[in-house]
Design a protein around this ligand. Sequence first.
Ligand code: GTP
Ligand code: MG
Length: 135
Amino acid sequence: SERTLVLVKPDGVERGLVGEVLSRIERKGLKLAALELKNVDDELAGQHYAEHADKPFFGSLVEFITSGSVVAAIVEGENAVAAFRQIAGGTHPVEKAAPGSIRGDYGLEVQYNLVHGSDSAESAEREIKLWFPDR
Ligand code: GTP
Ligand code: MG
């Protein structure tokens, strides 16, 4: 099986959607292997989103992800990376995410898209080292 790093971003925590997200993960058949409520500092945010450092929205993204509590989870299962991205939906909650997905059901704006899921098994292992150094 495979691991992926999932975050419920500050908008999802603020809106009380943590249970909803975790419930969808469990109903899909994926397993929670670690779960933690965290406050994110600029350093972790910058490392997590390093691939976006040159994008125009980087500053805004770091400000957002450090603005409130985040729920971080290691999610495990067959094809966990693709399986979570399927239930999350595309990056833009209206333009890309299908109804029935987390972003498609709950989001309106690209920055406030509720969840993060690693985009490959390699990214997942890199991100898990950042968020859960002892796992
Ligand atoms: P993550 O799972 O969060 O990594 O989302 P993703 O893989 O679907 O998208 P990507 O890695 O390309 O972008 C990372 C995050 O940056 C997105 O989830 C959005 O929150 C934010 N983002 C992406 N594009 C834009 C944009 O054009 N404007 C703003 N403000 N934020 C963006
Ligand atoms: Mg991404």
